[in-house]
Design a binder for this molecule. Structure first.
Ligand code: SD4
Length: 324
């Protein structure tokens, strides 16, 4: 007998939530070939990790997960995974989400000590009736399912944090977000069958208040996929991206017939309209549609994304609204 909550849970559980359903027949006339795009220059390494799976005929979901895991393992990346910067109290708390062509989605927020938040997000998506687990509950879930643990912050990151603490930075100090120190990764892939998936993973704003979540784990803000239209991911100051439900906005503009680049541009323009002070406020979006067309746009110059196809492995500088 189901309790009221159990009944609701059984209703909201997506119909296609198991690993085996990834090979379910999917009908589309897409013939543009597999493609993967990821934010920032380290997106190239991530794309290559995802591409291996796309080449083997695996789904876009497997590809974006593999790409995100690659960056999560990169000890030199200060905004993602094991190398991430801590909050004000020295805890590295990680956020990630993932979404597929069936609108299945999973997310974790404020997860500490787990190597691959993106895979925990995928596990939640495929094995629970929920979308999002945060904090202690997310950690408990990851440990129960034997996800690999890590010790953070790395010693060199801890040293930087101790130095910062001594300097007593003001609580509202704005982060400087540019290509040198901002490395969150958002990934989008379309596979041979035309199925679109996306993922996003980050340690968020360095020295944030404990418990802070940015856009990256929030479906509709950091990432959104709708197989009727396409998908988008965001990078930059999460508080600003949440304010306009950024990635959802990009997808809805593509639904109205805008190209991926035009949709990203209009979303950036909306974000700018909602902020009086844009000094140092970098945000960027990248998007893909069901035809496999891609594009991006950023507030400031200096943002780029990596594109991988059968014949291409390139970094693309996006158009932008203004210069630093
Ligand atoms: C956040 N959007 O937590 C993330 C950070 C980011 O490039 O994207 N950095 O606000």
């Amino acid at each position: 007998k189901l309790s009221a909550v159990g009944l609701v849970a059984s209703i909201v559980k997506p119909a296609l939530a198991n690993e085996d359903t990834i090979s379910d027949p999917f009908f589309s006339d897409y013939n543009g070939g597999a493609k993967m795009i990821s934010t920032w220059s380290h997106g190239q390494e991530a794309n290559r990790a995802g591409w291996k799976l796309l080449e083997e005929g695996k789904s876009s979901l497997e590809a974006v997960e593999a790409g995100a895991r690659q960056t999560e393992s990169d000890v030199t990346n200060r905004s993602v995974g094991i190398g991430g910067m801590p909050d004000r109290e020295g805890h590295v708390t990680l956020d990630a989400c993932i979404m597929d062509w069936n609108s299945n989605c999973g997310s974790v927020g404020c997860l500490e000590g787990i190597a691959h938040p993106v895979s925990v997000a995928k596990h939640i998506m495929q094995n629970t009736p929920h979308v999002m687990l945060v904090g202690a509950g997310a950690k408990k879930y990851a440990l129960k399912h034997q996800f690999e643990t890590i010790k953070t912050p790395l010693p060199e990151v801890k040293k930087e944090w101790e130095k910062w603490k001594k300097e007593q930075a003001a609580i509202a100090k704005k982060p400087e977000i540019n290509h040198e120190n901002h490395d969150t990764i958002g990934l989008l892939a379309i596979d041979e069958a035309g199925r679109i998936s996306g993922a996003c993973t980050t340690s968020g704003w360095a020295y944030k208040l404990p418990g802070r979540l940015g856009d990256s784990p929030i479906i509709g803000s950091g990432l959104f996929i709708d197989q009727e239209v396409g998908g988008a991911v965001a990078t930059g100051l999460g508080e600003s991206i949440i304010r306009i439900a950024g990635s959802h906005t990009v997808v809805e503009l593509m639904r109205q017939g805008k190209s991926p680049e035009q949709a990203c541009k209009e979303t950036v323009e909306r974000l700018i309209r909602k902020h009086k002070d844009m000094s140092g406020l970098q945000c960027a979006f990248i998007a893909i549609n069901t035809k496999g067309e891609v594009g991006g746009f950023s507030v400031f110059n200096g943002f780029n994304y990596a594109l991988k196809t059968k014949d291409q492995d390139v970094l693309i500088d996006t158009p932008f609204d203004r210069k630093w």
